[in-house]
Design a protein around this ligand. Structure first.
Ligand SMILES: Nc1ncnc2c1ncn2[C@@H]1O[C@H](COP(=O)(O)OP(=O)(O)OP(=O)(O)O)[C@@H](O)[C@H]1O
Length: 233
């Protein structure tokens, strides 16, 4: 059986208007077509400045595509995120599309355990079970228990990144976008993340990510999607 198509980009383009340069336009993405199926992990590759992070942000609708369509399979139908209403984008993010960036957005005074448990609470799980699961995942990611009840503002870069990964992976979303989630991790923790991603794929999640570390890329990618900066194209 062929795996379900989860995400389809058609002729996607993105330009930025540079207001501080008298409205000059910077074309970053042009004519991109990409299909992502359940269970695969596509890794965006290409030099710095090729537009890899921009593409993930366009898909997550942080940036609106300047051209083309970003179709996601959401709640049994197709929705074009390039044209979706804000409430539809929020609904897609809550149920279908997860995004793990390189950095944790630290919320003042909220302990790590609650930051990780929050997506489960939003999904309606009771507090005890949500915290239990958050603890299990933090434990797998080697975040020491003495840190769980502290806000992560003072954690090391790698500890913050692991809290971020735990928050991003604790709810199984059908599509997962990853922007360098392992950049500050040591080899042992990269192993854990590779294992968590394999589990997500085995459960049917479709993964699209950026991994600069070649070893990590080789381990997690089922396919590469090469990109290059437009001036060099
Ligand atoms: N909000 C923005 N406004 C203007 N230019 C932007 C904006 N976001 C990204 N860019 C530009 O788009 C280009 C691509 O950036 P992007 O971060 O997507 O590249 P990348 O391939 O992810 O690079 P790296 O591998 O270094 O992270 C860069 O020239 C960047 O300056």
């Amino acid at each position: 059986m062929t795996a379900a198509l989860m995400l389809e980009l058609r002729d996607v383009g993105k330009s930025f208007e540079l207001h501080h340069q008298h409205g000059a336009r910077l074309d970053v993405l042009r004519g991109l077509d990409l299909r992502l199926h359940a269970g695969e992990c596509v890794v965006l590759s290409g030099p710095s400045g090729a537009g890899k992070s921009t593409l993930l942000r366009v898909i997550y609708a942080n940036y609106r595509a300047s051209f083309g369509a970003v179709h996601v399979r959401h709640a049994g139908r197709w929705l074009d995120l390039a044209r979706a209403m804000p409430h539809e984008v929020l609904d897609v993010r809550r149920h279908t599309l997860g995004y793990v960036s390189q950095f944790l957005r630290v919320i003042p005074r909220v302990p790590a355990l609650d930051i990780v448990a929050e997506p489960l609470l939003q999904a309606g799980m009771d507090e005890r079970e949500a915290r239990q699961r958050a603890g299990n995942l933090l434990h797998r990611l080697n975040v020491p228990e003495r840190l769980w009840l502290l806000p992560p503002g003072t954690f090391s870069g790698g500890e913050q990144q692991r809290v971020n990964i735990a928050r991003g992976l604790i709810v199984r979303r059908p599509i997962l976008l990853l922007d360098e989630p392992t950049a500050s991790l040591d080899a042992a923790n990269r192993d854990v993340v590779a294992q968590l991603l394999a589990e997500a794929r085995a459960d049917g999640s479709a993964v699209l990510g950026i991994f600069h570390d070649e070893d990590m890329r080789d381990r997690v990618a089922t396919r590469l999607f090469p990109m290059q900066a437009l001036e060099a194209a």
